[in-house]
Design a protein around this ligand. Structure first.
Ligand SMILES: Cc1ncc(COP(=O)(O)O)c(C=O)c1O
Length: 415
């Protein structure tokens, strides 16, 4: 590998260490090294590439837009691309689901959406404290870090991370206690020391935290607790939205309607930056420009994002195929678990995980997969879970091939 990465790029780089090769091209479920070696990508940009690399349907629209000198940068000015995107969001996402939200375009990353959501919740309620969950991941800026669980990431803040309180996520105590026992007790006890929270921020399935899937009834219970205690419900769908778990929004299955929804990663469709925060209209109390930034909305991403919604969310074909492919992954994981004690099958839709008691194993499996030319990330507080997240557009053949490489890699490590 060219040493410019070592000599010039900061020590903070990480994925280039996990997968030590230099990539050049990418198409669909494949990344190609500069020497032409194909790598099967079951990582999908951590959920930013749900429609695959350089999806040809989206690329065509992007090239047409670039060719005609469509506005590339425009802060949050009104543009034709943005109008088309908003109309498509309304037609393809909100109306069919009976959802009523206003859309805010913060800076283009997931953490920008989370920061805005936390600020807005505090402004709406006049309260400062936020409830987050064990093993949550919401991003790297200070507000998002304050609601993130991982101690290594939190340590990077260099200052106390305050005004947030972690609560046990679903199944944290493995069913030993009723849901929300501790949380409700603290809320109801004036001696508990818990300030009335402004909001609860939750991932319905924790991607970075170890592919921990919450149950629909747990989410409904959470929505109910929020309602009874005047707390806003923020669903961070940055990684699990855009169809990753099957339906477009990961909370649809539970039938809850969050007050605020954070989206980024695949909302732009093509792997280019874009974030969108959905806000119930009655909560849209921002003053003009109160939360701004240079890169709010990204016009080329509006173009590809609109086309992705038209191509993949005009019917339920993608949702059904994601669920079916996810079940196939689950079958293979169950088979691996049956053969190797200490392994656990996790997740739903095409956000799947294979957890190991010994945290070293997942890293070794990831390395063994890379030796077999496949990209598999790990997640969880000790990187103890192999994360299986192919593009949703993965073909059946590619899926089988990847599952075989996974099985072989586990076999190579565990014998
Ligand atoms: C659930 C969730 N929220 C927020 C973020 C932060 O997004 P970004 O890295 O784009 O800031 C991530 C990133 O993985 C995420 O998974």
């Amino acid at each position: 590998m060219n040493d410019i990465f070592e000599s010039l790029e900061s020590e903070v780089r990480s994925y280039s260490r996990t997968w030590p090769t230099t990539f050049d091209r990418a198409s669909g479920s494949w990344l190609y090294g500069e020497d032409g070696t194909p790598y099967l990508d079951f990582f999908a940009g951590a959920g930013a590439l749900n429609y695959g690399h350089n999806n040809p349907l989206l690329k065509r629209k992007l090239l047409e837009y670039m060719e005609r000198d469509g506005v590339t940068h425009g802060l949050d000015q009104a543009t034709v691309a943005k109008r088309e995107f908003l109309e498509t969001v309304q037609d393809k996402l909100l109306e069919p689901r009976g959802l009523n939200y206003k859309a805010q375009f913060p800076g283009p990353t997931g953490t920008n959406s989370v920061e805005g959501a936390l600020k807005l919740a505090r402004k709406i309620t006049g309260r400062e404290s936020i409830i987050s969950f064990t093993n949550a991941f919401h991003g790297m800026t200070l507000g998002s870090l304050s609601v993130t669980g991982n101690s290594m990431k939190r340590g990077g803040a260099g200052i106390p991370l305050v005004h947030s309180t972690p609560m046990p996520y679903d199944n944290y105590f493995e069913g030993q206690y009723p849901d929300f026992l501790y949380f409700e007790r603290l809320l109801e006890d004036s001696g508990s020391g818990l300030n009335s929270p402004a909001a609860v921020i939750v991932e319905t399935l924790q991607g970075e935290g170890g592919i921990n899937s919450s149950r629909p009834e747990w989410l409904r219970g959470l929505a109910d607790v929020c309602q009874r205690h005047g707390m806003l419900l923020i669903v961070d769908d940055v990684q699990m939205g855009c169809g990753r778990t099957g339906p477009f929004f990961s909370f649809e299955e539970a039938g809850v309607t969050p007050d605020i929804v954070c989206l980024s990663k695949s909302i732009g469709g093509y792997g280019m930056p874009l974030a969108m925060t959905l806000i119930k209209p009655e909560h849209d109390v921002w003053e003009p420009g109160e939360h701004n930034g240079t890169f709010r909305g990204n016009n080329p991403s509006f173009i590809t994002g609109s086309e992705a919604l038209r191509q993949y969310w005009s019917d339920d074909a993608l949702q059904k195929s994601t669920i079916a492919k996810g079940e196939r992954v689950g079958e293979v994981l169950d088979g691996i678990v049956a053969e190797h004690s200490g392994a656990e099958s996790k997740g739903r839709g095409l956000a799947r995980g294979l957890g190991f008691e010994d945290p070293e194993i997942a890293n070794r499996v990831s390395r063994a997969a890379f030796d077999r030319k496949m990209i598999l990330e790990t997640s969880g507080p000790q990187s103890e879970v192999i994360k299986i997240m192919p593009p949703l557009t993965v073909t059946d053949d590619e899926l089988e091939r990847g599952l075989q490489v996974l099985t072989d890699s586990v076999q190579a490590v565990l014998g």
